[in-house]
Design a protein around this ligand. Sequence first.
Ligand code: IPD
Ligand code: CA
Ligand code: CA
Length: 265
Amino acid sequence: MLAKLEDIIRRSGARVRETADFTVRDKGTRENLVTSADVDNERFLKRELLSLIPGSVFKGEEGDDVPVASEGYTWIVDPIDGTTNFSRGIPEIGISVGLLRDGEPFMGAVYNPYTGNLYSAEKGKGARKNGAPIHVSDRPMEDCILCTAWCAYHKEFAPGCFRVSERMHPICNDIRRIGTAAIELCMLAEGAVDIYFEIRLCPWDFAAASVILSEAGGCMISMEGPVDYDHACTVIAANREDNLETLAKVVREEFGGKTPYDFRS
Ligand code: IPD
Ligand code: CA
Ligand code: CA
């Protein structure tokens, strides 16, 4: 099934890459965009994935947000993660397809059609990039690169995010903001970057990457417990448990001990 999923996501990527004209509109705030390519690609993926597993549930960002099924299979799809990048011709995007089985993460694939990089994993079978096994780094905090963002779509959370950056910057190597959570989490899985924090991600941003990351030996939590595949939540991830704890402690302190429920929508 993973090979079939990889084939579908590659074909969907070719369609996105070859899109010459697209329209752009915002989704409530001027920073949060959707293009006609996002909508077209979600439609394409929905058709292909539902025919790959008949009877499965399809949860997607652009109009298909339904609850995760507690039994059977649920796809969780972001047709373009990094829509702002896409809309400006910045070649950093991820097409993200996660699959849950009985509500638990089971399989994931993330594809950047501009670089051709395809990250994929199935629970218990390891993580791969373009077919080759990948693993998180073993860097200590002082050598870690943090990927993060300052909550462009909900700027009321930005001051806390900046405080987290301010506290992390002196104790780690450096900070990156690439503009696609799915790809950033896969870069953590392959050992290119080492720690990750966003105060509010949606399940389609991290579902696929969560399988890839855990199969690559990394760890991911929300503010006080596991990430939530049905609602927006905080995502904290790392190469090692000790780095996860250090980052999580800073996040908890700067956000006054609020739980992920405070950031739900
Ligand atoms: C966004 C990207 C971005 C992250 C945002 C996400 P979108 O997804 O992953 O890097 O900072 O939190 O919402 O809107 O481009 O699909
Ligand atoms: Ca996204
Ligand atoms: Ca998206």
